[in-house]
Design a binder for this molecule. Sequence first.
Ligand code: IVH
Length: 687
Amino acid sequence: MAHLATKLAEANIAYHTKDAPDLTDAEYDAFKRRNTELEALFPHLKRKDSPTDQVGAGPADGFTKVTHAVAMLSLSNVFDDEDVGEFDGRIRKYLGLSADAPLSYTAEPKIDGLSLSLRYEQGQLVQAATRGDGAVGENVTANARTIDDIPHKIADAPDILEVRGEVYMSHSDFEALNARQTDAGDKTFANPRNAAAGSLRQLDSDITRARPLRFFAYAWGALSTPLSDTQIGAIEKLSALGFQTNPLTRLCDSPADMITQYRVIEQKRADLGYDIDGVVYKVNDLALQSRLGFRSTTPRWATAHKFPAELAWTHLEAIDIQVGRTGALSPVARLTPVTVGGVVVSNATLHNEDYIAGRDSKGAEIRGGKDIRVGDWVQVYRAGDVIPKVADVALAKRPSDAVPFTMAEVCPECGSAAIREPGDAVRRCTGGLICPAQAVEKLKHFVSRSAFDIDGLGAKQVEQFHTDGWIKEPADIFTLRARYGVGLQQLKNREGWGEKSATNLFDAIDERRKIPLHRVIFALGIRNVGEAAANLLALHYQSWAAFSKAMRDAAPGNAAWDDLISIDGVGAVMAQSLATTFQQDAEWASIERLIAELEIEDAVRPDTSHSPVAGKTVVFTGTLEKMSRAEAKARAEALGAKVSGSVSAKTDLLVAGPGAGSKAKKAIELGIEILDEDGWLALIGSS
Ligand code: IVH
């Protein structure tokens, strides 16, 4: 996930700020989707700088900045027909609608351009801004005024009207532009999207004027008066006000209908004359849209159904094993390089031994049960994954001497036994601290951005210091100056280090001796304990002393254990990982050596004075009639409450709907305040 965050951040800058993408769209989607999958599987590993929380990249230098009155968001993606039904299902569940309740959606092409927000005051275009990072974009008003599809003045408009849509370039205009660029000896553009972006973001608006840009309106930001009460009505209204809207926009009343419109649009794709990369579905009823609201960067009420990515056949040359921070042995396919959708692919993830054997984590067949062998011809698939996956194997072409893959039973890095525990698909090295691969990966994690984040000490430096024996464990980082810093000579002798960088490094390390508790917990790199979990643990225990004592004591069934798993978001698996780490002598000794070097700041619980439920622990039980559990939870959390799944002495409030059972009983026993749904809504001021 760290790798993905870096990759995606770099890709965002290349794409949004420099207009020179270094990944194809399919590859970018693949990275992003992989990250989303990982976050769904391991919510506690979600990063502070998670790519799912980021939209685009910040503004480039040269334009003034515009803070959007209403954030400009991104869209979640779905990739196949089944996902469309699931999207509908999630929405119904959130809204508490039955499967047969009427619910309609718009379906429209997803234009492959760049989004623009146009602000009209009293009908006059006063500002045009790019999306930027979603919160702050670039002021490109002068350039937007040169686009024919963008009216400068509109009659009968609301006093304040922010129209949002996509700036794009048609295929014919793109080709003509590239021909002119070639004639003039200027650089040509890779695709219409880059040409549109590069043209809109010209500091000289005369250049933009000479570039034939177009604009489709499909959304809005701030409004003094609503445009309509439906999405389709709002689009019609935008059209009536003089904006171009996409003629392939349709109202659909079921997922089947949406998929039909997807196919219609897909079929027309080649003849549209401009690039589209999928179909966007939006809940039609705007009141429902507002109830559904947003996740951190994407609306719940919309999604993009992307067109499929490409496949290619190549030769599987070898299967290598990589050892990760927690000792997981990961098989990686080494492929004869092949181009898939414009990108050269030479590695593919093979996940684990079951995957190679043709079984998923539940033992069900994948790839029709075909196993993967070195020497095989494999079909590589690049939609929705970071590292490509192997979609298929050509059994007819399998060499006669190809042998079934067998997983190493000893760690290739340290020779310790590699063991697969029951219920775990992954084989893990048992070498712990003696395994150099685990040690290096742990150290890399320790210095990563969300952990100690030491300037000048990145993955590369850590790896080098480890190889040379300067740093074996995290504590060694903090004794570097004492051991090698005198006169700086030893560090200066190393390649890549000079007087200044050496001094800076030692200073940066010292600066990090004082560090918040949650960062320390996260930095330890304990299996199953990600950033979110580290935050929860820090807030719960507040001090290192309390936290470490509890982890030393915790054992299934005792008070420390019960207290640990009472934290919403901490389960038995994570608790076991924590206990194992803290109770293993060598690990604990290593942690103590580290802690001796640090001054750990206590965690402070957030200010609880604003909302009536801030800081309170709320439990929902029984049937809620006005909203789903998910909506109730999201609203309570937005008001600063902590939502827990079980009633305990720490519960402040139980919201009980019809059918509440044992939880209500327990709450009565414990004397906890109980409200019905209406009482709850009255309390939070939205009855
Ligand atoms: S709606 C709150 N509709 O896709 C959601 N976006 O991946 C607002 N895009 O940032 C977006 N065609 O630049 C919407 N018909 C369409 C679109 C569309 C293209 C772009 C837009 C957005 C990105 C998200």
